[in-house]
Design a protein around this ligand. Structure first.
Ligand SMILES: Cc1cc2nc3c(=O)[nH]c(=O)nc-3n(C[C@H](O)[C@H](O)[C@H](O)COP(=O)(O)OP(=O)(O)OC[C@H]3O[C@@H](n4cnc5c(N)ncnc54)[C@H](O)[C@@H]3O)c2cc1C
Length: 365
């Protein structure tokens, strides 16, 4: 054993929703758990901040009170394309909450559950055979079981086996103070604006700011020449989006590249459990990534406690995520492609309940 190497029964790398849910569940089950998060404090994340009813149920199971964190209730879905507007009631109550607020609350809850949470420390790489993880400060941790929860980010030696030929989407997010008209229009609503090659999503978060997130093909963003140019082009296409974007041009954007929508992990290492986006990546317009992150974290911790291998857990989770991912991929294709989008918007104009059905089919059971 080299100097500075410690042994930890259960090591969780990444303190997003998946990592915190895992750490909390493991610690409550009596395991010795350490969670490593590279950010030192509360931080923004590329995410729409939409909590579906399955995410709210998962938070309740974890004992985290979304209302207490200021989550704003959402009851309606509004879909707005260049030609048509469809509005319908969501099948069940949902909410809007910034990830800055949610993730910090979850990390605190993991700590209160008995997990050691080390903030401001990044893991640099790991070895799947020995489960030794190297930290940026040069120390090493030998994990009895390793829970990989680094989300969209890869850890050297443990990277997801993604198809490198496929260019994933780019995710963008900004928050801005909406004018009174836009604030009133967004009250109680999740609004989605599909367009060729992507979509924009808008909701109000706990502080009254509008959370604007976008997913766009890297090709479209490149051709547009930048985020501002993309927003200007979209505003020219759609009057409603132009009104919504008015206050967004000078907002501070954060981004993430190459999001591999539709990808699912298959297992192979007995004591390695991938959770959240490391296990499966649902198309973001379905608004179910947080629910999947929380639920997979709890499921992986339960599997570990039962003595189930990471390999078996991974195959089970992949099967469980299959339907929501496939439906979400179909919806993403229809939303981002002109003719199918027109047909789908037309159908939902006649039967708005179809949008609610799509929302139901993309939830994780
Ligand atoms: C544009 C867009 C919009 C979205 N909108 C929604 C939405 O409205 N609702 C919804 O439910 N889902 C949404 N999603 C999906 C959602 O963001 C993800 O599914 C979810 O964040 C996955 O959680 P996670 O815990 O797996 O990963 P993450 O949330 O990415 O968390 C990973 C954590 O690991 C840390 N980390 C990374 N690398 C290291 C390292 N080497 N060492 C230590 N720590 C590390 C990071 O700092 C981070 O805190 C959206 C996604 C995109 C791209």
């Amino acid at each position: 054993m080299s100097d500075g190497r410690r042994i930890v029964e259960a090591l969780v790398v990444g303190g997003g929703p998946a990592g915190s849910a895992t750490a909390m569940t493991l610690a409550r089950g009596g395991a010795q758990v350490e969670l490593i998060e590279r950010q030192a404090g509360p931080h923004d994340v590329v995410c729409g901040g939409f909590l579906g009813w399955d995410a709210l149920a998962a938070l309740r199971r974890l004992g985290v009170d979304a209302d207490g964190l200021g989550a704003r209730p959402i009851a309606r879905l509004r879909l707005a394309s260049a030609r048509r507007l469809v509005e319908t009631r969501l099948p069940k109550p949902a909410a809007g909450l910034s990830r800055r607020r949610l993730d910090e609350a979850l990390r605190n809850a993991a700590e209160e559950s008995g997990a050691v949470v080390r903030r401001g420390l990044a893991a640099r790489g790991g070895d799947p055979a020995s489960l030794i993880v190297r930290m940026e400060d040069g120390s090493e941790i030998q994990a009895g079981a390793l829970f990989l929860a680094t989300g969209k980010h890869e850890l050297r030696g443990l990277a997801r086996p993604l198809d490198q030929r496929r260019r994933g989407a780019v995710g963008l997010r900004a928050a801005f103070a909406p004018g009174p008209k836009v604030a009133a229009a967004l009250d109680g609503v999740i609004e989605l604006h599909p367009f060729d090659g992507g979509y924009a999503g808008l909701l109000l978060q706990e502080d009254g700011q509008a959370n604007l997130c976008m997913s766009v093909s890297s090709e479209k963003l490149r051709r547009s020449g930048g985020v501002r140019e993309l927003l200007e082009a979209l505003a020219r296409e759609t009057a409603l989006l132009a009104e919504r974007l008015e206050a967004a041009y000078d907002a501070a954007w954060i981004s993430v590249g190459n999001v591999p929508y539709g990808w699912r992990a298959s297992g192979c290492v007995p004591k390695l459990y991938r959770v959240g986006d490391q296990a499966a990546v649902i198309a973001s317009l379905a608004g179910d990534g947080i629910a999947m992150a929380l639920t997979s974290g709890m499921a992986a911790a339960d599997a570990y406690r039962r003595g189930e291998t990471g390999d078996r857990f991974q195959r089970g989770w992949s099967a469980r995520a299959a339907r929501p991912l496939r439906v979400a991929e179909g919806l993403r294709w229809a939303a981002e492609t002109r003719l199918p989008r027109r047909l789908a918007m037309g159908a939902m104009g006649v039967a708005p309940g179809l949008a609610g059905l799509a929302a139901r089919l993309t939830r994780i059971a």
